[in-house]
Design a protein around this ligand. Structure first.
Ligand code: DX5
Ligand code: ZN
Length: 216
């Protein structure tokens, strides 16, 4: 079982991004989580390639890039160039998910697929072997600081069963409303990677908040 923590920079201080990146570098965190929103797939716009490339220059840990955009195929190469190590697309945004995940791997990145709260994990049964990671959204994507949707725990449990049954090595990542109160239950259900925005960057001591999530 893995216990990886990926702080989401969406909640970081963009006026002092250097400082927050340094904090993550010197913390127990494992990855940087970067949320890309296009204002179409989700009702919010975040940041794009120049910001990802700038984070890459300073980050001493892998970049976990979460694409909340329509038609992600158009930009896979650009995100590789910007520095993505893990690239996750949404199931709901891909007509040819098998092709998209294969292309991400062919570009030398780990391939992730994410599902929204209303999407059943069962739809991933025929694609699990092509995915290095499944990202279960535990809030409706678009914003940080939302309330964790409890049904997500059952989805993790079921997905873990599916992965075990297939004997593949796909990681389970959870994103949205993750904090010190639910982290242990998420690991227990089978989560390998916890994403946390507000629980880290709005904490009084972000380094400590990461440590608590890592050791929950
Ligand atoms: C939401 C993003 C998340 C967000 C999580 O659409 O995908 O990564 O930053 O923020 P918290 O942890 O505050 O819910
Ligand atoms: Zn995210």
């Amino acid at each position: 079982m893995n216990r990886l923590v990926a702080p989401s920079l969406l909640s970081a201080d963009f006026g002092n991004l250097d400082k927050d990146i340094e904090m993550v570098n010197s913390s127990q965190a494992d990855w940087f989580h970067l949320d890309i929103m296009d204002g179409v797939f989700v009702p919010n716009i975040s940041f794009g390639f120049p910001v990802v490339a700038q984070v890459k220059r300073m980050a001493q840990k892998p970049l976990d890039v979460h694409l909340m955009i329509v038609d992600p195929d158009r930009y896979l190469e650009k995100f590789k160039e910007a520095g993505a190590d893990v690239l996750t697309v949404h199931y709901e945004a891909c007509n040819h998910l098998h092709r998209t995940l294969s292309q991400i791997r062919a570009l030398g990145m780990k391939a992730g697929v994410s599902i929204n709260p209303h999407t059943s994990v069962e739809v991933l049964n025929d694609i699990l072997e092509e995915a290095d990671l499944v990202l279960i959204m535990s809030v409706n994507p678009g914003f940080g600081g939302q309330k964790f949707i409890k049904n997500s725990i059952q989805k993790i449990t079921r997905l873990k069963e599916m992965i075990t049954q297939k004997g593949c090595k796909t990681l389970i990542e959870v994103d949205g409303g993750v904090d010190a109160n639910n982290a242990a239950a998420l690991y227990a259900a089978g989560a390998d990677v916890l994403v946390a925005g507000n629980a880290v960057f709005k904490a009084e001591n972000p380094t400590k908040a990461i440590e608590i999530l890592k050791n929950a």
